[in-house]
Write a protein that binds this ligand. Structure first.
Ligand SMILES: [Zn+2]
Length: 94
């Protein structure tokens, strides 16, 4: 049986600004330069996976080689600066 928690119990709460996972064995910690780069909105997605806005923490899934979400993906407070995407979880399959 597959059961899913209501979406409100996972990522939709205002105070939760981090991606969630249950089974750590499906993720591996790496020190890879590709995960330490900030990408511009609309740039080609270099690696499929979960991206996080460096400015506000908003997350988005993006698939290579499609463009990363554009600048109008979400709105920052005045003066916070433009969206900057960081790959936080890379998928091993395309
Ligand atoms: Zn943002």
């Amino acid at each position: 049986m597959i059961a899913f928690a209501p979406s409100s119990a996972l990522n939709n709460s205002a105070e939760n600004t981090m991606a969630s996972y249950m089974f750590a064995q499906f993720l591996s910690h790496v020190n890879n330069a590709a995960l330490n780069v900030l990408y511009h909105p609309g740039a080609p997605t270099p690696y499929s996976g979960i991206y996080r806005c460096e400015v506000c923490g908003t997350e988005a899934v993006s698939v290579a080689p499609h463009p990363l979400p554009p600048q109008n993906h979400h709105v920052h407070q005045f003066g916070a600066g433009p969206i900057q995407w960081r790959l936080i979880v890379a998928s091993t399959h395309r």
